[in-house]
Design a protein around this ligand. Structure first.
Ligand code: SAH
Length: 230
């Protein structure tokens, strides 16, 4: 009897827990995302449907829908929800796109992209994070994301070209291989600026004969690091 009661109790507390997260996610989209001008339908849909609490360490799940970045271990962070929404919208994604992300981290941004486009390729330089993200994404059913452990500076040559590229670590300059791997007409978004300082979120549009760059806003990001740079 006690066992039955206990299992009913745990079941109902799980259900309540899920509803609670769904409610918090709706609130996050209303107050942090829509209220700040993000209108792209696919971006809003993704933010509403990706369970952000699954991408943060268990002990800080209660803060998953807060208006802030959060630590994910290995001195890295999951970006603030608004920044995720802003960067996703800025790429003007279409459903048939193939997108490259540099800086998988928790896999949250990759999951958001995976809700919007056909295929996502994502590279993470910290092996443990790459492995955890890969497991998490497959457990949650994101079958259109491929995770690779490595230095994203050189992009993913044998999957190039990409319709869009998102870099989620702050780089001192825009890596040329990433520009090369962007399709003509493609967009890349990347935080650029000095190490540990405030950086500019730069939108790069690759035209036939020129590269157009626009500074969108000041941001803080963990640094883009290198493995055996040549
Ligand atoms: N997009 C992530 C947040 C990433 S934080 C999320 O949704 O959780 C930035 C990540 O970029 C960190 O995990 C860091 O290890 C990674 N990174 C830094 N330099 C990199 C590089 N050269 N190649 C690939 N990943 C890199």
């Amino acid at each position: 009897m006690l066992i039955l009661w206990l299992s009913v109790f745990t079941m109902s507390s799980n259900v309540l827990g899920q509803e609670n997260y769904t409610h918090r996610r709706k609130q996050m989209v209303e107050t942090q995302i829509k209220a700040r001008g993000i209108q792209d339908y696919a971006t809003l849909y993704a933010l509403l449907n990706v369970p952000r609490h699954e991408f943060v360490p268990r002990d800080i799940r209660a803060f998953a829908y807060n208006d802030s970045p959060l630590p994910i271990g290995k001195r890295q962070t999951i970006s603030q929800p608004f920044i995720v929404g802003f960067m996703t919208q800025a790429l003007r994604l279409k459903s048939d796109y193939k997108v490259l992300e540099i800086g998988t981290g928790s896999g949250y941004q990759a999951a958001i992209l995976a809700k919007v486009v056909d295929s996502v390729y994502t590279i993470e330089i910290v092996s443990e994070l790459a492995q955890e993200a890969e497991k998490r994404l497959s457990r949650l059913g994101y079958s259109n994301v491929v995770v690779r452990d490595g230095d994203g500076y050189n992009g993913w040559p044998n999957q190039a070209p990409f319709d869009a590229i998102m870099v989620t670590a702050g780089a001192p300059y825009i890596p040329q291989p990433l520009i090369d791997q962007l399709k003509i007409g493609g967009r890349m978004i990347i935080p650029v600026g000095p190490h540990n300082g405030v950086r500019q979120l730069v939108l790069v549009i690759k035209r036939k004969n020129k590269i157009v760059k626009k500074e969108l806003m000041a941001v803080r990001f963990v640094p883009f690091t290198r493995k055996n740079p040549q």
